[in-house]
Write a protein of this length. Sequence first.
Length: 211
Amino acid sequence: MLKKSEEHQVLTLGTKNPSWRKIECSLPHFPISGGICIDGILYYLADQNKGTPKPRFPKPYTVVCFDVMSEKFTFIHQALDNNVNWYPTLINYHGKLGVLRHDHNGYFSGTTRSLDLWVLDDVEKLKWLKKIYVLPPLWKNLFANMRLNIVGMTGNGEFVFSPAVLRDLFYILYYNVEKNTIVRVIIQGIGPVSGQEIYTFIDHVEDLKRM
C-alpha cells in the first residue's frame, strides 16, 4: 500500500556533526518522480490523493517546490493537463523546469512520434508553455524494437536518451531539436551484455572528498 509522506527531514552536508532534522510541510503528498534542482529549488511531482496499490493514470499532478536555502515548501496545483500520464520526467530546460511526457508504456520507443514538453516559463505567474517536437522518420527505423529512457537535456538543448535494457553495446542518443538530428555515441568498456537494466546520468562531477 502506497502512503503519503507526512514527515520530511533534511541533512546539511559540510557541518562538523551532520544530523537529520525534521522540517514542516503543510501538504501531505506522495512523491511520484525523481527530483531535479534548478537555481536552489528542488522540484518533484506528487500525488495528493490517498495511497492506492497502483496509481491511476492519467491524472493531474502537483509540482512540489522545495527551497534549499529557506527549507520551505511551496506547491503548484493543477500544473499539467490530464494528458500527462504515467510518471513524467523532470528536466532542466535552459534553466527552467521542464516536464516531459512518456508514452503509455512508460518509455520511449520506435512508435513514439513526438516529444511533448511542458516548460514552467514564469514561476511567479505559474505560466506553462507546451512544446511539441516531432521526431524525424529515422527514429522509427532505428528504435522499432527498443525501449528508451530519457536521461535529461544538455546545456546545448539536446535531449539525451539511453536504452532501458542493455542488449548489446551500450550507447547514448543525442536528439538535437533545432537540427532535428540524432547522434548515437557508443560508450566503450560497457558490454556487450544482455537483459540488464541500466541507469544513466548527465552532468556528473567527480568529487573525491570524503563525506
